[in-house]
Design a protein around this ligand. Structure first.
Ligand code: NCD
Length: 307
């Protein structure tokens, strides 16, 4: 279905192709044994120039569960980029060894650049504060499992909307569905960038609202997407310290939300969701991490032309 394509931004996959990925992920989840040898003899390279737990490990777990193999690095210091090798040369070389590349890099646009030089499909596993399309696949699959679809949902994003790449990717992906409303909750300094608000949402005719107050809007939401303040993207530590605890989701705030609202978070959580909220049946962030592995299994099969 997606044979030999790259996934750099969520819009690289059509709404119809997304639906096929969701179905495949469900099929895999329901009968993993049937897919155990699907990628036998295939190799995934994971090139991570930035820290990661879920994204890298879920890609690796996905490939292992499909019977394939994985090679790569988890920090740039152990690769030839430490000797000054260009990204272009690194991916050209890795294309000789692997059938597929998943890459995370702190520079915006790096995944697109890599895709121009690689001769195998490149999956963007996060390019700086720009996009994170496989997290979006994970988020969409979780929402779909709960609500059955996306039309008419009101989705709130709370926290660091400026640097949070998962926010940029998910908001853009949701703009393709009918009647979706977006509510952005952030301090002034961490508002969503214009390429998301006016660029993606306004152009698509999606209604959005911006506020600094979570309590005012939490009762209107179907989905609350909490995010971490992205420490590594700040130029100065004082600003980070001042803003890091702007929002903390507590049981008291959850009491203002609908019984049917779900809480998502791409993780890692730092302080923005109090641990007691984990007990709330509406808190789905660990379930979301599990869905991330199944959707990555579906994506790998699809890019390798196996579906
Ligand atoms: C996110 C990321 O890397 O952008 N994490 C993830 O992939 N699940 C969110 C974050 O780091 O805050």
């Amino acid at each position: 279905m997606l044979k030999d394509r790259c996934l750099i931004e969520p819009s690289d996959v059509t709404v119809e192709e997304l639906e096929a990925l969701f179905s495949l992920a469900r099929g895999i989840e329901e009968d993993e044994a049937a897919y155990r040898d699907m990628c036998r003899g295939k190799i995934l390279a994971t090139l991570f120039f930035e820290p990661s737990t879920r994204t890298r490990l879920s890609f690796e777990a996905a490939m292992f569960r499909l019977g394939g193999n994985v090679l790569g690095f988890a920090e740039p210091g152990s690769s030839s980029s430490a000797k000054g090798e260009s990204l272009a040369d690194t991916v050209r070389t890795v294309s000789c060894y692997a059938d597929l590349i998943a890459m995370r890099n702190p520079k915006e646009g790096s995944a697109l650049l890599a895709s121009r030089y690689a001769t195998v499909p490149v999956i963007n596993a996060g390019d700086g504060g720009h996009h994170h399309p496989t997290q979006t696949l994970t988020d969409l699959l979780t929402i779909k499992r709960i609500f059955g679809g996306f039309d008419g949902l009101t989705v709130g994003f709370c926290g660091d909307l400026k640097f949070g790449r998962t926010v940029h990717s998910l908001a853009g992906a949701l703009s393709r569905y009918n009647g979706v409303k977006i509510v952005f909750v952030s301090p002034q300094e961490l508002r969503a960038p214009a390429y998301v608000t006016t660029g993606l949402l306004k152009n698509a005719g999606i209604a959005y609202q911006e506020t600094e107050n979570l309590e005012d809007v939490i009762g209107t939401l179907d989905v609350l997407y909490m995010t971490r303040v992205q420490k590594e993207r700040f130029f100065n530590e004082e600003d980070y310290i001042r803003l890091k605890d702007s929002y903390i989701l507590t049981e008291e705030k959850m009491a203002l939300a609908r019984d049917t609202m779900i809480v998502l978070h791409p993780l890692p959580r730092v302080n923005e969701i109090a641990v007691e909220v984990d007990r709330d049946p509406r808190a789905l962030y660990f379930q979301q991490a599990r869905y991330g592995m199944f959707i990555r299994m579906a994506l790998i099969c699809s890019l390798l032309g196996l579906f």
